[in-house]
Write a protein that binds this ligand. Structure first.
Ligand SMILES: *Cc1c(COP(=O)(O)O)cnc(C)c1O
Length: 421
């Protein structure tokens, strides 16, 4: 007789097990059948739809048109103007931070945030592999190196327990700084990404970051208005970055912002992104190699009107998310990802998560949904699988690899709430 070992399995063993081929628990999953079931559930949710439904569409009110027209008539359409200042004040208020600095896009905002946080060339920045390519690109633009860490199935964001274990394994402290022992490089920052608007478990993450002396910069590009334990996303780290691209919850056409409670860092971000020009009524004096990254006034005009609609938009997106959650409730092969514990999500993109035994059906489902007029898509290819980041240092990524094969994003525009029966 073979008896089971009594001693607890170590975390390391569990992670290795996760990397082993999965046993097919339910061999009867028929991809075609599952795909038509999913399409039927969406048909049931949007019976009155008129034509194909996009993944995420921007929404503009008459007030948006009036505000942009006012900006054009003022002739102040480029960098720095009254709408930029107004947008920054309202955005800082919304995000519950002291300072907002508006930028041309979220990637630029992230780059500037990392730079003012002290990320230098040849240092490493920890970030999830399951993110949009802008996150590692912002690191690379500073000639720093992305270092990919694993995520958690509940939040889809960085898993703090796995992170701590990884850092203990590969890193060492020297004179109050933390280094990757394998590459010799300083670890200069960590970037949690609030994927699809769902907040990362920030208390745990900040605790790990603090214990290793690593600065936290939030990629909150998808998470405007999302909250963790009553705190706004982008307000919990040393700095946060937002995006107002056309596909985000509110848009300025293209745009982004750096958010922080630190006045010196905000000043530095503002200065660097406006060509590092010293204030003077006419002289052109630049004391650093700066950027031209500030948000134009015409974009900020759009942003001012969009921000006024944010709370209504989040309310409608939450109604839509609840309808998806109910629509798929109790299904044995898949579920809708819910906001993690202690959080309020803006549900920027609704996410259908296949159980591991149904992962092989993903592409058939995506195809069936698109054929039926529901724009759906898989999540990004994990960054460590792209050629450009194949050589980047990384932790074991079992959850990333599993989740990347099981996610399908569903149509998520707020106005879809009005189509529900
Ligand atoms: C959109 C996005 C960005 C970049 O924003 P842009 O405005 O497109 O440059 C960065 N990170 C994440 C997670 C995003 O979704």
């Amino acid at each position: 007789m073979v008896s089971e070992p009594e001693q607890p399995v170590s975390l390391q063993d569990e992670r290795l097990q996760l990397m082993m081929p999965r046993i097919e628990l339910n061999a009867q999953v028929n991809a075609e059948q599952l795909a038509s079931e999913v399409a039927d559930i969406l048909e049931g949710l949007f019976p009155a739809r008129d034509g194909a439904i996009a993944l995420h569409e921007p929404e503009f009110s008459e007030r948006a048109e009036a505000t942009v027209l006012e900006c054009i008539r003022s002739t102040f359409v480029s960098s720095v103007g009254a709408f930029v200042s107004e947008f920054e004040v309202r955005l800082a208020e919304q995000c519950d931070v002291a300072h907002a600095v508006a930028m041309v896009n979220g990637t630029a905002a992230l780059e500037v945030a990392l730079r003012v946080a002290g990320v230098e060339a040849n240092t490493e920045v920890l970030l999830p592999s399951l993110t949009f390519v802008a996150t590692p690109n912002a690191v690379s633009h500073l000639n720093a190196v992305p270092h990919f860490v694993d995520i958690n199935e509940e939040t889809l964001g960085i898993d703090s327990a796995a992170l701590r274990q990884h850092l203990n394994q590969v890193g060492e402290s020297k004179a109050g700084q933390f280094f990757n022992r394998e590459t010799g490089r300083l670890i200069s920052a960590i970037v949690p990404v609030h994927v699809f608007g769902h907040p990362v478990a920030m208390d745990e993450l900040i605790e790990v970051a603090d214990s290793f002396g690593i600065a936290v910069i939030e990629d909150a590009a998808e998470a405007l208005g999302s909250q963790y334990k009553g705190r706004q996303c982008a307000a919990m780290g040393l700095l946060g970055a937002m995006s107002f691209n056309g596909n985000k919850i509110i848009t300025t056409g293209g745009g982004g912002a750096v958010l922080t409670n630190n006045a010196d860092l905000a000043d530095m971000a503002r200065h660097l992104s406006t060509t590092a020009k010293r204030p003077h009524p006419w002289a052109f004096e630049h004391d650093r190699v700066g950027y031209n990254y500030r948000m134009p006034n015409i974009n900020a005009a759009l942003g001012v009107s969009q921000l006024q609609e944010l709370s209504d938009r989040i309310a409608r997106k939450r109604v839509l998310a609840m309808a998806y959650i109910d629509g798929f409730a109790g299904h044995p092969d898949l579920r809708i990802v819910r906001e993690p514990e202690h959080t309020v999500s803006n549900y920027w993109l609704n996410t259908l998560l296949l159980e591991p035994h149904a992962a092989a059906s993903r592409d058939v489902i995506v195809q069936a949904l698109n054929d039926a007029g529901f724009m759906a898509r898989p999540v990004w290819e994990p960054m460590h699988t792209l050629d450009i980041y194949a050589d980047a240092p990384r932790a074991l990524l079992p959850n990333t690899e599993s989740l990347a094969e099981r996610i399908i994003n569903l149509p998520s525009s707020a106005k879809l709430a009005e189509l529900l029966p």
